[in-house]
Design a protein around this ligand. Structure first.
Ligand SMILES: [Zn+2]
Length: 393
């Protein structure tokens, strides 16, 4: 057996193992239809592929043709797989790519093998994510993965073009309800991706026009457009979406955390995120406009203004004049707030206030309970809500 064949066999073995893991995973999460159908399709298809690989490993040449001619493969999966096959040069790379996706799934599974409380929390977080996907009308399948960093990864980065999204939250965050609002931001990226054509037309294009009219050198304008449209707009759209979905819960998490960070700082451009000054100003503006009864935002706005002033003198003049110049920031904020029209928190706010005023927490949705959790200052009541949230899985 040649060296390539040995590697090949080993990888096939691993794929078998992964498929078994996925099957177990799928069986354990019967309730999560969206997730289940996504994993099921991939898992079935990988099983088929593995069979073909087994048959074909001694005569590797017509693997591509076989895959693309198989008629019983669902159309969508066929598309996904033919894309992979198109872009990957040799069989080993193809298997490697499959493994990348499988390993995401196995991480997802293994991290649910902890204690039962941990596992319930994760399932509850999953449910919370599902409720948010529903209110955002997200149709792309989303896999939540608990790892080490915050990320929202379109599966196209794994050549699974438009097949789904993997949102990644740090394990420590996943275990603490206090960190959960960040998931709303990560799902906001999925919303941005799904609605990109409209966002480009309503936000990116007019912003680009406005930047071109600033009368700055072309190079600077190009750089600004790259940063705004490539990085900052997706982040700000995600912030606005998260604020509209969670309201105070997002504000209490993100804005309160931002008080510990320099508001205008960003590492040398192009940076992936806008400085906190821009993000928090926008989030506060959105929540102020929602005008939710019994939620006081003006004091936070006042404190934030004071906080920004402490740092005001230290801003790099190039940054001030270009990337965070008032005209562009204002234009971007206006375009984003006028283009995104959803406001789910408005729809559930009465339920949240009902819990606040003593209604039983029994029949409330995850979104109601989490919104209330972030309004509650009483530690004992918070832990009652936390138990109710963990039990909702
Ligand atoms: Zn983001």
């Amino acid at each position: 057996m040649s060296y390539t064949e040995q590697i090949f066999c080993l990888k096939t073995e691993q794929i078998h193992q992964q498929i078994t893991n996925i099957r177990n995973l799928v069986n354990r999460f019967n309730d999560y239809q969206q997730l289940r159908s996504f994993i099921q399709l991939i898992s079935d298809e990988l099983e088929n592929s593995t069979k073909i690989i087994e048959q074909k490993k001694s005569e590797m040449t017509d693997f591509d043709i076989l895959i693309s001619k198989k008629d019983h493969i669902p159309r969508r999966i066929k598309e996904i797989f033919s894309k992979i096959m198109d872009t990957l040069g040799n069989q080993e790379t193809r298997l490697m790519k499959m493994e990348q996706i499988l390993s995401q799934m196995s991480i997802w599974e293994s991290q649910r093998k902890g204690t039962s409380i941990l596992s319930n929390k994760h399932k509850a977080l999953e449910k919370f994510g599902n409720e948010m996907c529903n209110v955002m009308k997200i149709t792309t399948p989303v896999i939540s993965n608990f790892g080490t960093e915050f990320r929202s990864i379109p599966c196209e980065s794994f050549t699974f073009h438009l097949a789904g999204y993997i949102t990644n939250l740090p394990e420590t965050i996943a275990n603490q309800i206090d960190g959960w609002p960040i998931l709303a931001h990560e799902l906001g990226h999925v919303y941005h991706h799904e609605n990109y054509a409209q966002i480009k037309e309503n936000i990116n294009n007019p912003l680009e026009l406005q930047i071109r009219k600033l009368g700055i050198p072309k190079e600077d304008a190009d750089e600004m457009i790259d940063i705004w449209n490539g990085h900052w707009i997706p982040e700000l759209v995600s912030d606005v979406i998260a604020t509209l979905i969670l309201g105070p819960a997002y504000v209490e998490k993100v804005v309160v955390d931002a008080f510990g960070m320099a508001p205008t700082e960003f590492s040398p451009p192009p940076d992936s995120h806008p400085p906190w000054k821009i993000r928090v100003d926008l989030i506060l503006e959105v929540i102020r406009k929602l005008n939710l009864t019994d939620y006081e935002i003006h004091e936070k706005m006042f404190l934030w203004k004071e906080y920004k002033e402490i740092f005001a003198e230290k801003i790099d003049p190039k940054v001030l004049n270009l990337f965070i110049n008032g005209q562009t920031v204002q234009k971007a904020s206006d375009l984003i707030t006028s283009s995104i029209q959803i406001a789910p928190i408005k729809n559930i706010w009465e339920n949240v206030l009902a819990i606040k005023n003593g209604s039983s927490i029994e029949n409330h949705s995850m979104l109601d309970l989490i919104s209330m959790y972030f309004l509650e200052n009483d530690l004992e009541k918070r832990s009652v809500l936390e138990r109710a949230i963990s039990a909702k899985c």
